[in-house]
Design a protein around this ligand. Structure first.
Ligand code: DGT
Ligand code: CA
Ligand code: CA
Length: 580
């Protein structure tokens, strides 16, 4: 939104001026103006129209003119000019705690430092220590500042951000002046990685509520604190923005700050076509406010049925909503089973009985215990003898539990070897109720070989599920390369399910791939790959990933009732006997 955009420009201007050693008061004036614009409740274009810009604290004639210029032309010429001779990488570095514009200006002049890489190299080689005024303490501070800054600028996995945000939400709700609090931003949309956490609150006393928020134990550093907004860093270096919003604007704010930005832009364009104005304060016709207290009301006024946050990426959801063909997204209660988990027979921590109890607590109707095959040595894969022992124990647990759910299926996660063969002979996997096949080695094969390897696994009539097809691990291992279209085509043809693995660092398939697979007619399985009882609850990340991929329960084999599901399990094998 335009207030923020201009505030950003002014903030950068203040740094650029300080960097250039300009008059200190000029830099301060920009800084003050930026802060004042960020706290502003009204829209700048509207204030400009009413000639009220100079009423804003810190905005005089000169800055009011610059705001006008930006509203008209989307740029401010003088600011662009001032920035021209300051490297862009340096402006970004001015955010680093302990590195002011003056210090950076000195480093630029002495060592031609232009960006973070240059700065880290200078630190590593001990160059900075030679500068006057750069004692050990100052250098340590810069180093710490860089680490904090990096942590803040790296996107973090959903699986780390969501629990932290939920804890924060609990704490927020414990503050007396807070009436309501919600998660917004990419976190509410359940993107697989999160830049920063956005929270919204309604409070009886906003400055007080925000002040109390900044005192919470998980808050490590306060970056900014105003009357309606607080920005802090919590454990793990994660940035959190909390905005306090008036009750009548809450729905509009929730809509706006949930995003995505592209979704918002599209929605606003539709509003404009209807002669409406849509912003984070509400929906307006001229001066008249039509609504904004509730999110669904905002959508209704714009003429678009509200859709789940996971869809709001401007990937066709607005068109689908208007044409009445929004998907009926799969949801947690739809799942009747988890078809990929490990026990202490391979690399899991819990016994068979414990895993079954855990699954029972989640209300599952059926589960598959899928320990590794022997070539996965590090994962303690099962040879024939230990597989027999597992089968015996499974029988004992079945007897003990009698009719109690879940049904316990003998499963296996069989390795797809480098040459495409499976790591168990057919005679063994034929005895298993559920066969999950996956790649755990030779990740760097060529695209053609990997495609062939996966096609071979899909062609095996005993295989039910291709698990974590990309085998990526966020932050440490890239996805393997293969011809996704051909794999989907083969999976559709064979009736093999593609997995949406719920492990937060896997989330594999991606949302876009899951969507393409469903469109091509493939079935999917949403599984945890749990290695402990607690990990069974990771299922929600698989579900949100699937929802982002527009997945409906009809496409998810482990949402099917037992009769339909067990028929699917048997189907592939019938094909085999027909072919034989
Ligand atoms: P992130 O934090 O990078 O994971 O992604 P978001 O989507 O949480 O983005 P963030 O935190 O920058 O902003 C939160 C929401 O605010 C975003 O989803 C949509 C809204 N928003 C931010 N900037 C703009 C903008 O320039 N225009 C519009 N229309 N909406 C914006
Ligand atoms: Ca965010
Ligand atoms: Ca944010």
């Amino acid at each position: 939104m335009i207030n923020e955009e201009i505030a950003d420009i002014f903030e950068k201007m203040s740094r650029v001026l300080a960097f250039k050693g300009a008059n200190r008061f000029r830099a301060l004036a920009y800084e003050r103006a930026a802060r004042s614009l960020r706290d502003l409740e009204e829209d700048l274009p509207e204030m400009a129209r009413e000639g009220k810009l100079e009423d804003i604290p810190g905005i005089g004639k000169d800055l009011a003119g610059k705001i006008q210029e930006y509203i008209k032309t989307k740029r401010i010429r003088q600011c662009d000019q001032e920035r021209r001779d300051v490297p862009e990488g340096l402006i970004a570095l001015m955010d680093i705690p302990g590195l002011g514009p003056k210090t950076l200006s000195l480093l630029h002049e002495k060592y031609q430092i232009r960006d973070l890489d240059d700065l880290r190299r200078a630190l590593d080689t001990g160059k900075l220590e030679k500068l006057r005024g750069f004692g050990k303490k100052k250098i340590d501070n810069i180093q710490r500042g860089i680490n904090l800054w990096l942590a803040r600028h790296q996107r973090m996995p959903l699986g780390i951000a969501l629990p932290l945000a939920e804890k924060l939400l609990d704490d927020l709700n414990g503050i007396k002046q807070v009436e309501r609090a919600d998660i917004a931003g990419s976190l509410r949309r359940r993107r697989e990685t999160i830049g920063d956490i956005d929270l919204l609150v309604i409070s009886t006393d906003s400055p007080r509520a925000l002040r109390e928020f900044t005192k919470l134990p998980s808050v490590k550093q306060v970056i900014g604190l105003g009357d309606t907004r607080a920005t802090v860093i919590i454990e793990g270096g994660i940035q959190v923005d909390v905005r306090s919003v008036a009750r009548e604007s809450y729905g509009a704010a929730l809509q706006y700050f949930t995003g995505s930005k592209q979704h918002n832009i599209h929605l606003r364009t539709l509003a404009q076509k209807k002669g409406l104005k849509l912003n984070e304060y509400g929906v307006f016709r001229g001066e008249k406010r039509l609504g904004g207290a509730r999110e669904d009301e905002v959508y209704r006024l714009v003429g678009v049925p509200v859709m789940p946050p996971e869809l709001r990426e401007d990937h066709g959801e607005i068109e689908a909503a208007m044409e009445g063909r929004l998907p009926k997204l799969v949801d947690l209660p739809d799942l009747r089973g988890d078809l990929h988990m490990h026990t202490n027979y391979s690399d899991g921590r819990a016994t068979i009985a414990e895993m079954v109890e855990g699954a029972a607590a989640l209300g599952y109707d059926y589960i598959a215990l899928t320990d590794h095959s022997p070539s996965a040595r590090i994962a303690n894969g099962l040879d024939r003898k230990r597989l027999e022992a597992k089968i015996e124990e499974l029988e004992r647990v079945r007897k003990q539990r009698g009719e109690r759910r879940p049904r316990i299926l003998l499963g296996v996660e069989v390795d797809i070897l480098a040459d495409g063969r499976l790591d168990y002979p057919d005679e063994i996997i034929a005895r298993c109720d559920v066969v999950v096949a996956a790649v755990h080695s030779s990740f760097r094969q060529s695209r053609d070989r990997m495609t062939k390897r996966l096609l071979d696994a899909i062609a095996n009539p005993y295989v039910h599920i291709l698990a974590h097809p990309l085998t990526r691990l966020m932050g440490s291992r890239d996805a393997v390369e293969f011809d996704f279209e051909r794999i989907v085509e083969a999976a559709v043809e064979a009736g093999v399910a593609l997995e949406v693995n719920a492990q937060p660092l896997r989330l594999d398939l991606t949302d876009a791939m899951a969507r393409a697979a469903q469109e091509a007619g493939a079935v999917l399985a949403i599984n945890t790959d749990a290695h402990s009882v607690a990990q069974l609850e990771l299922i929600r990340y698989g579900v949100s990933q699937a929802r982002r991929g527009w997945i409906e329960a009809r496409s998810v084999v482990n949402s099917w009732p037992w009769t339909k599901f067990s028929r699917w399990l048997g189907q592939r094998r019938k094909r085999k006997s027909k072919a034989a």
